[in-house]
Design a protein around this ligand. Structure first.
Ligand SMILES: NC(=O)c1ccc[n+]([C@@H]2O[C@H](COP(=O)([O-])OP(=O)(O)OC[C@H]3O[C@@H](n4cnc5c(N)ncnc54)[C@H](O)[C@@H]3O)[C@@H](O)[C@H]2O)c1
Length: 421
């Protein structure tokens, strides 16, 4: 057992002191329940309260807490604003925000104002105003905020981060990333009415779920750590895939089978330019039939990465045979990320390629050590800005928009921290 795991098993953080964190869960659906189970397996983490609009789900989650640690968490089930009463409790250090996508921003801001640390599901915010409020409230209150973005922590992605950081690709000049996941089924309740995901697709145009794709490539390229996202432009196609699904499942008379019903389109493409004249291409597609999993690309002056669900390939100038891709695996001994080197067995059973384990571990460790988490409010705000700006760009005839500098110039001196390298 490595040192970190050994200390963890004693309920002691890597810095050597005990780590009691008292958490409140807001939203106990699929994701909230899953991360609750993972959290309950971590040393020093207890749950004192749960807010959930569906009482059956609140009770189910309370049962999990009782079984794992004993005690009865207090339940807040009196509607969508009842989480505010939970925030008034004095026996809570932090909250996990696991509600539908368009609620995270306002709930996180309310939690910070109430003096609680926040671990938020993605996306962090829905409007630029919410992005700024998140940043300003975090700064004013001194509470910690972490976007629980699990995608960067998957094994190949952390290895690419390690390689990029060690200069294996030379100077990185270009990145590409995508989130492709056919979630059309989840847009509807069993009776054909829209679920919250369907409501969002009905009302919001653009890339409404940008961070799974943008986070890994941003970290590889040092965004908010020596460079920043400066401007962007988006384009989308039609809704043929979304319509076809509704027609086949519910018939041609279903409102969602009609053209124009969904504001969001099948596919949204965004091009981002950075302050240091580098380019990132993003694809978001949850409306067409295709197995889950997108592709990722990274280009530098001395090499490239090409990742897809089928294969992870690299080309390292001067090391790989000329013009020939090699399996990433070949470089594992040299570039395996320390997190995976040390804790592969603990992480491997967790969801999203082990990302769920590492992201939660970082959140609780940051709270125990009273420090900024690895993925902080500035990452959250700048990645989240793509959500409102992509819709605006498309509505304005694919106009380019500037992305605010949420760090107010500090991107120039910020470093990659708490990523183990
Ligand atoms: N990081 C990942 O890999 C990942 C994976 C799945 C889902 N997610 C995100 O997690 C979030 C939740 O998704 P899900 O699949 O669990 O959805 P879900 O519908 O299963 O769960 C959401 C829960 O929130 C409850 N809720 C709604 N409004 C509330 C309020 N105001 N107060 C308290 N409870 C409220 C609902 O009753 C429901 O139980 C979404 O933002 C989703 O994008 C992230």
């Amino acid at each position: 057992m490595d040192r970190r795991a050994f200390l963890g098993s004693l309920g002691v953080s890597v810095t050597g002191y005990a780590t009691p964190v008292r958490v409140g869960l807001i939203g106990a659906g699929a994701r909230g329940t899953y991360l609750l189970r993972e959290s309950l397996a971590m040393p020093g983490v207890s749950f004192t309260a749960i807010a959930e609009i569906r009482e059956d789900r609140a009770r189910r989650a309370a049962g999990m807490v009782k079984e794992a640690k004993g005690g009865e968490p207090a339940l807040y089930t009196r509607g969508p604003e009842d989480y505010r009463r939970l925030l008034e409790r004095s026996d809570l250090d932090a909250v996990l925000i696991m509600t539908p996508q368009n609620q995270h921003g306002r709930q996180a801001i309310a939690a910070l104002r109430a003096g609680k640390h926040v671990g938020s599901e993605t996306p962090p915010a829905y409007t630029l105003d919410e992005c700024w409020q998140l940043v300003e409230t975090r700064e004013k209150t001194g509470r910690h905020y972490m976007l629980l973005e699990n995608y960067p922590y998957a094994r190949p992605r952390l290895m690419i981060l390690h390689m990029a950081h060690r200069g294996a690709f030379g100077e990185v000049t270009y990145g590409e990333s995508s989130y492709i996941h056919d979630t059309r089924e989840l847009s509807y309740e069993a009776d054909g009415s829209l679920s919250w995901r369907g409501e969002i697709a009905h009302r919001h145009r653009g890339d409404v779920y940008p961070t799974h794709a943008l986070a890994p490539v941003s970290l590889w390229m040092g965004i908010n750590r020596g460079d920043r996202l400066a401007s962007m432009v988006s384009m989308d196609n039609g809704t043929r895939g979304l319509q076809a699904y509704a027609r086949e499942r519910f018939g041609a008379d279903h409102p969602a089978a009609r053209e124009g019903f969904f504001a969001k389109r099948d596919t949204t493409i965004t091009l981002l330019r950075t302050a240091r004249e580098r380019v990132i291409v993003l694809r978001y597609d949850n409306g067409t039939p295709r197995p889950a999993g997108g592709w990722e690309q990274l280009q530098g002056t001395r090499g490239a990465y090409d990742g897809s669900p089928g294969a992870q390939l690299v080309y390292l100038h001067g090391r790989s045979r000329d013009h020939a891709w090699e399996p990433l695996e070949k470089y594992r001994t040299e570039f395996e990320h320390p997190f995976w080197r040390e804790q592969a067995s603990a992480a491997a059973r967790a969801g999203h390629g082990g990302g769920d384990y590492f992201v939660l571990r970082e959140f609780y460790e940051a709270l125990a050590e009273d420090r900024e988490p690895a993925i902080d409010v500035y990452d959250a705000a700048s990645w989240s800005a793509v959500l409102p700006l992509s819709g605006e760009s498309i509505r304005a005839g694919n106009r380019s928009f500037e992305i605010p500098d949420f760090t107010r110039g500090r991107w120039k001196s910020r470093k990659l921290e708490h990523f183990g390298i």
